[in-house]
Design a binder for this molecule. Structure first.
Ligand SMILES: Cc1cc2nc3c(=O)[nH]c(=O)nc-3n(C[C@H](O)[C@H](O)[C@H](O)COP(=O)(O)OP(=O)(O)OC[C@H]3O[C@@H](n4cnc5c(N)ncnc54)[C@H](O)[C@@H]3O)c2cc1C
Length: 357
């Protein structure tokens, strides 16, 4: 084995495959968990429902290159993701579209009238400091309070007025009635699940996977000509500059004796309960099972691993400090190695574009 890859998530798997297939390397992957797949890991419930252990993962991409690459390792199940927000007991499409506006306001606006409504409601964009400023400057206070304030405060455990503006992205608003959560050209679920897809990526005679192994158990890291590491970069350097902060999530799974629990795969609960959203997994595929499996998602605490990097300037600088420690024989990859939020397709795209040893 001449190259070491740390972590058998999608980043480690695609890196290993390229190293083996394109450059003829012999690759050892060490994975501290007892399974491959990383955060994309899924497994079948007793009745065969594919359950995503680390939260709902919906594949989407605009990149034909990524789609074609992954299609070598999986067939696809057509799936268009839909999300509803439960506000005071009523369901509203998310992201906000024309139906959200009309149902919430009790109006019958056309697209143009809805746009005019938001133009009137937006708060004047003076200096933007907080999450509240960002969102209100885009959609006004009424929709901010109903759909975003409580959700964001639950996620971050702090009032939106105190949360820095950079942690929130632009709020999408659809002028029409398209109620799909994503509008990417390619959108689907791997036919047999993510774990099977990743298993096939790793299925190459030059790739050897060692589960239940922390890379720190491998005594001679210097015995490899190169290391690709998708484990946390701060951990790799023994947290010498302190920890890179993450927002955590935690899931509670339930098998319920009903055919269907909710109308779509994901329902957000911005204002009630302690959980932020509920996922019902059987919506991702066709499942005529008697029971259903749901997961309630709670912010922070008890998380198995850091979930979402927090993209403040301070944290980015701390990451840069760590990345300057890397020598020529070490490359950090993926969401933990690069400390950035990557969707699955973005990871694959970045690794396909990387020059490898
Ligand atoms: C809650 C949540 C929902 C998401 N939903 C979506 C979605 O709907 N669609 C989408 O495209 N993306 C989604 N993502 C993003 C997606 O999970 C990531 O893009 C992807 O899984 C990251 O792959 P990775 O290989 O970089 O990291 P990981 O999957 O985390 O893999 C890193 C691997 O390294 C291993 N490791 C860590 N430390 C060590 C060590 N010391 N020794 C050995 N191994 C180690 C870990 O066990 C892990 O298996 C979501 C992310 C989160 C947090």
């Amino acid at each position: 084995m001449n190259v070491l890859v740390v972590g058998a998530g999608i980043a480690g798997a695609v890196t290993a495959r390229r190293l083996a297939e394109e450059n003829g390397h012999h690759v050892l992957i060490v994975e501290k968990r007892d399974h491959i797949g990383g955060y994309c890991y899924d497994y079948r419930s007793e009745e065969g429902i594919l359950v995503h252990k680390y939260g709902p993962h919906i594949f989407r991409t605009q990149s034909k290159k990524v789609w074609d690459y992954l299609s070598r390792f999986t067939q696809w199940h057509d799936y268009q993701h839909k999300v509803l927000a439960n506000v005071n007991g009523h369901f509203y499409p998310m992201p906000i579209n024309l139906d959200t506006v009309n149902r919430f306001l009790g109006t019958n606006y056309s697209s143009k009238e809805a746009e005019e409504f938001f133009a009137r409601s937006r708060t004047a964009s003076g200096t933007i400091h907080s999450v509240k400023d960002v969102i209100e400057s885009q959609i006004g206070p009424e929709f901010y309070h109903a759909f975003f304030e409580g959700y964001t405060e639950k996620q971050w455990g702090a009032p939106c007025e105190q949360l820095p503006a950079e942690i929130v992205a632009r709020i999408p608003i659809r002028s029409g009635r398209d109620d799909r959560y994503f509008i990417h050209k390619y959108q689907a679920m791997p036919k047999d699940g993510y774990t099977q897809m990743i298993r096939r990526i790793l299925d190459h005679p030059n790739i050897h996977v060692l589960l239940n192994t922390d890379y720190r158990q491998i005594k001679d890291l210097g015995g490899f000509s190169h290391i690709y590491c998708s484990a946390p970069i701060d951990e790799y350097y023994d947290y010498r500059y302190g920890r890179l902060p993450y927002r955590g999530v935690r899931f509670e799974f339930f098998t319920l004796p009903c055919k269907q629990y909710q109308p779509v795969a994901v329902v957000n609960y911005p204002n009630n309960y302690d959980y932020t959203r509920i996922t019902e997994f059987k919506h991702f595929y066709i499942n005529n099972t008697k029971n259903t499996v749901i997961a309630k998602e709670y912010p922070g605490g008890g998380t198995l691993e850091p979930s979402y990097p927090i993209p403040t300037e301070e944290n980015k600088e701390l990451y840069q400090k760590y990345s300057r420690l890397a020598d020529e024989a070490t490359t950090f990859i993926g969401r933990l190695g690069e400390y950035r939020y990557y969707s699955i397709d973005q990871i694959v795209e970045s690794i396909l574009g990387m020059e490898l040893v």
